[in-house]
Ligand binder design. Structure first.
Ligand SMILES: Nc1nc2c(ncn2[C@@H]2O[C@H](COP(=O)(O)OP(=O)(O)OP(=O)(O)O)[C@@H](O)[C@H]2O)c(=O)[nH]1
Length: 321
């Protein structure tokens, strides 16, 4: 949600539909709620509801119970290049209305279009928006609501990073996945490992060491290279196939002694790791640990699948934003 022209549709199109950021200039204004089914990954299965900027909460046609009742996360987009006073008022209205209906919603604020701002202005905008938004909530006696803030732009990887962190909050298996990644890296001498949803380049989990943007960008770029090369040179004309399958594997040596290592985990997920060249001499150990990791991930999926089959209502949960 967010005011008109704040960049909501652009975010959805760039992250989930591979639209090039420059092409968002030609997007038309959204006039009704657009529901986008994101079912390209086994973990990232949800719907994105893109609301038109001019939506009126007091319109009887706006069914808050239906809209917020099954909502997992509410992303509010603020255009940081514009005067954001109106956006702060709208943020407050939206959050209070949604919280009345559903107290378990995660509230995420994207301070967007920061590509046009200097580093100082970015920090200033974040501090200002954070301060005003939380003050407004505490003035209304709603200190219990937690808002998370992200500086984003569709012109770099920040939007993918921010979306990754939002999606992770909606994955109940996250602690298990993090734990498995921690075990993998500590037993293999890997420096950083990400579990990526290949299509969207969202990372659904990483080990518990801090994420630095440069590593994340490198891993995203590696996925692009692997998929592009596979699409161009890996597909046969006479056989139906996909650019990403169980044989997908890539090792890229960088000139600074770092290795990028990508392995297919399942149809949708890839493990992408950064490790030092000397550690990679024990490639056999890394391969062995990877196989154990892949089996464990499979078990996590199986448990989830069985749980979903046992509760018929879970099928309707996918009709939620
Ligand atoms: N500089 C910059 N421009 C952006 C960014 N994201 C979106 N835009 C531009 O912002 C304009 C509005 O984007 P939309 O995605 O249509 O905005 P919206 O919030 O969906 O608008 P409504 O449908 O009217 O509610 C477009 O011209 C985009 O190119 C960004 O990160 N940086």
């Amino acid at each position: 949600m967010g005011l008109r022209r704040s960049g909501k549709s652009s975010i959805s199109k760039v992250v989930f539909h591979k639209l090039s950021p420059n092409e968002t200039l030609f997007l038309e204004s959204t006039s009704k709620v657009v529901k986008d089914d994101i079912s390209n990954s086994s973990f990232v299965q949800f719907q994105i509801w893109d609301f038109p900027g001019q939506i009126d909460f007091f319109d009887p046609a706006f069914d808050s119970d239906h809209i917020f009742g099954g909502c997992g996360a509410l992303i509010f987009v603020i255009d940081a290049q514009d005067d954001y006073r109106d956006a702060l008022v709208r943020l407050h209205q939206t959050v209070t209305r949604a919280y009345q209906v559903n107290q378990s919603i995660k509230f995420e604020v994207f301070i967007h279009k920061v590509d046009g701002l200097t580093d100082d202005r970015k920090i200033e905008a974040q501090r200002d928006i954070h301060q005003h938004a939380t003050e407004d909530l505490s003035d209304a006696g709603l200190e219990g609501i937690h808002l998370s803030f992200y500086l984003t732009s569709i012109y770099d990887h920040s939007i993918f990073e921010a979306f990754s962190r939002v999606v992770q909050k909606l994955i109940p298996q996250l602690p298990t996945l993090e734990n498995l990644l921690n075990i993998l890296i500590s037993n293999s001498g890997i420096e950083k490992a990400f579990l990526f949803d290949v299509v969207s380049k969202i990372y659904i989990a990483t080990d518990s060491s801090p994420v630095d943007m440069q590593s994340y960008e490198l891993c995203c770029d590696m996925i692009d290279v692997v998929i592009d090369v596979s699409c161009i040179y890996g597909l046969r004309d006479d056989v139906d196939g996909t650019a990403y399958d169980q044989h997908s594997l890539s090792i890229i040596r960088l000139n600074n002694g770092t290795i990028l290592y990508l392995r297919e985990v399942n149809r949708f997920l890839a493990l992408v790791c950064l490790l030092r060249e000397d550690v990679f001499e024990r490639q056999g150990l890394i391969e062995y640990n990877f196989h154990c990791f892949r089996e464990a991930i499979q078990e996590v999926f199986d448990i989830r699948r069985k749980a979903m089959m046992a509760t018929p209502s879970s099928a309707s949960a996918r009709d939620s934003p």
